[in-house]
Design a protein around this ligand. Structure first.
Ligand SMILES: [Zn+2]
Length: 167
């Protein structure tokens, strides 16, 4: 009988609005330990300091897959590996950092595990992983699903977000 009630509800006057929808899901990764410095900052962020970075990825689709998932998280292995490659016991340095060569030298001497990025801040790293995750999910789903938003926490208090606003 409940099924009948549901069908009745869907065929109500709201049907028009309800046909315009998408499905979403999220996946989180916690506590990736890395250091960085924001070379242009006029305060203490120009000093090398470390955070335990956490990430939340938002995925969407219009049509669910055969398992009724937005996206099978079992296919996110490349994302986890790349998060760890970039942010697990690494030092993130901006490509414009005037001391980049010195950090490269430190890397070669085994003093740090250097990753050179466009910008190491929370918003910029959220955008970096938004592009990475979106490409991965679109590729693995034949463009059925996508990633539209990433939040990156640097600690319990502060986060940065990047999102595509068209979808
Ligand atoms: Zn800082």
């Amino acid at each position: 009988m409940e099924e009948n009630i549901l069908i009745e509800y869907i065929s109500s006057e709201f049907k028009g609005n309800m046909s315009e929808h998408r499905y979403t899901c999220t996946k989180q990764y916690f506590n990736l330990t890395c250091a960085h410095r924001q070379h242009g900052h006029d305060g203490h962020c120009r000093f090398i300091h470390g955070y335990s970075r956490s990430f939340k990825f938002y995925f969407a689709c219009h049509e669910l897959d055969s398992n009724h998932y937005v996206f099978d998280f079992g296919k996110l292995k490349e994302l986890k590996e790349h998060l760890e490659y970039m942010c697990d016991h690494t030092l993130l340095i901006n490509e414009q950092d005037p001391y980049l060569e010195m950090f490269k030298d430190m890397h070669e001497k085994g003093l740090c595990n250097l990753r050179v990025v466009k910008n190491c801040g929370a918003e910029a790293m959220a955008k970096y992983f938004l592009d990475f995750a979106n490409e991965l999910v679109r590729r693995k789903s034949d463009n059925r699903a996508w990633c539209y938003k990433v939040i990156q926490w640097e600690n319990d208090k502060n986060s940065g977000t990047a999102e595509f606003i068209s979808n």
